[in-house]
Design a binder for this molecule. Structure first.
Ligand code: EPS
Length: 392
């Protein structure tokens, strides 16, 4: 692994912190592009009040000078504005008999109970604070550095929501990946089809009125990838294996499909594989379709990457589910904490950021180099050699 990153921070603690190490020098870093990515994660019909409190203004503390990466670790700080309301509750210093905002009744589907049993907590807040999706704000910030690296190499990552609960958007992707986000970000559910958007929004309103929550499915795409990222020579060097790992590492994600995904198990081989067409030169081979989703044998094909990701509904229900009070062992209704009704549009933005981090890592692994210019040179040569008619 060439690129490493870590975050620290509790949902209502003072701040989120992040470090990303291994980026080359010379990547142009736009602070307004970073701010824009942070805003994208905050949006979406069905989000809760926390998003109105936070501005998500990320401070770059290290690794960038005069608008370019230095090749040193990038250090980020994202102060939580809500912290001022939680200073005592979240204080690192012991406080006298503090009982405020303690949590004793776990929410089914949340980290509350497994966290309490695993770490020996009596107050479930100790589990929910770090398990909260608040932490994903830092992953978006870190991912934005990978995104800007990829953009400099003409590789683009975007997403759209295709399902909220029972409502689907069955429309085909009808525009280039580099233009997709601008279009769907204008939709409150990040859907391409307007009629589906209205159904999805009504579904969220219904769930909210009933004190329920909703999950959904989104697709993540990447365009401009060269052939040859990843390797089949060892299981953990496969590009699809790493994408699956990182996406399943995102809160509430229950499934990841590549290309045809589970449908590939239903159709015969004649409909599962992408037939090849001559491109004019011996190794310039084109594909008639993209059922593979852009990866064969763990290696990128040069076709667009197509991932489908399923997110379960948020575990905090305003009409709470049956649970158990861990003080008494008696039946009780689950804890209610401020939450969202639906966060699928935001999850799509976060997943994009994670895909950027994976792709940046694989680009670095294949092309190496300490500066963007060095990598660009090698990549250009590789593109000319491997995709003669397609690379410019
Ligand atoms: C979130 C921040 C959280 C939640 C949500 C996502 O803030 P708070 O708990 O203060 O409202 O709104 O997290 C969850 C729903 C969860 O279960 O963790 C954010 O910034 O995305």
């Amino acid at each position: 692994m060439s690129l490493r990153y870590l975050s620290a921070g509790e949902s209502h603690g003072q701040a989120l912190m992040g470090i990303i190490d291994g980026l080359p020098a010379g990547i142009p870093i736009s602070e307004s592009a970073l701010a824009a990515q942070m805003q994208r994660r905050k949006m979406g019909h069905g989000r809760g009040r926390r998003q109105q409190i936070e501005t998500d203004a990320v401070q770059i503390l290290a690794g960038v000078r005069h608008g370019e990466t230095l090749g040193s670790p990038v250090g980020l700080l994202l102060p939580n504005r809500d912290w001022k309301n939680w200073q005592e509750i979240m204080s690192p210093t012991p406080i006298d008999a503090e009982t405020k905002r303690r949590v004793h009744i776990p929410r089914p589907g949340h980290a509350d109970l497994v966290g309490a049993v695993k770490y020996g907590y009596r107050d479930l807040r100790n589990a929910l604070e770090r398990a909260s999706a608040r932490e994903t704000a830092m992953r978006v910030a870190l991912g934005c550095f990978a995104r800007q690296f990829l953009a400099a190499l003409d590789m683009h990552v975007a997403s759209r929501v295709v399902r909220i609960g029972a409502q689907q958007d069955l429309s085909a992707l009808n525009l280039p990946v580099a233009e997709l986000n601008e279009r769907v970000d204008a939709s409150p559910v990040r859907a391409l089809d307007k009629e589906a958007e209205a159904r999805m929004m009504a579904e969220i309103d219904r769930a909210q009125a009933e004190g329920d929550s909703l999950g959904g499915v989104f697709e993540v795409y990447a365009e401009g990838l060269p052939i040859g990222l990843g390797a089949y020579s060892q299981w953990d060097r496969r590009l699809d294996a790493r994408l699956g790992e990182v996406l399943l590492g995102l809160n509430a994600i229950k499934g990841v499909e590549l290309g045809l995904g589970f449908r590939a198990a239903e159709v015969p081989g004649s409909q599962a594989h992408d037939e090849m067409l001559p491109g004019g030169q011996p190794l310039d081979v084109r594909y008639a379709s993209n059922h593979s989703g852009g990866i064969n044998a763990g290696v990128s094909t040069g076709q667009p990457l197509v991932l489908r990701v399923a997110k379960k509904p948020i575990a905090t229900l305003m009409r709470p589910l049956d649970s158990v009070d861990i003080r008494s062992g008696e039946a009780a209704k689950a804890h209610i904490e401020r939450s969202d009704t639906c966060a699928v549009p935001a999850a799509a933005v976060i997943a994009e950021s994670l895909v950027c981090l994976v792709l940046a890592d694989f680009v670095l692994e294949k092309f190496g180099g300490d500066s963007l210019a060095e990598i660009q040179e090698r990549l250009d040569l590789w593109r000319q050699r491997t995709q003669p008619g397609q690379a410019d």
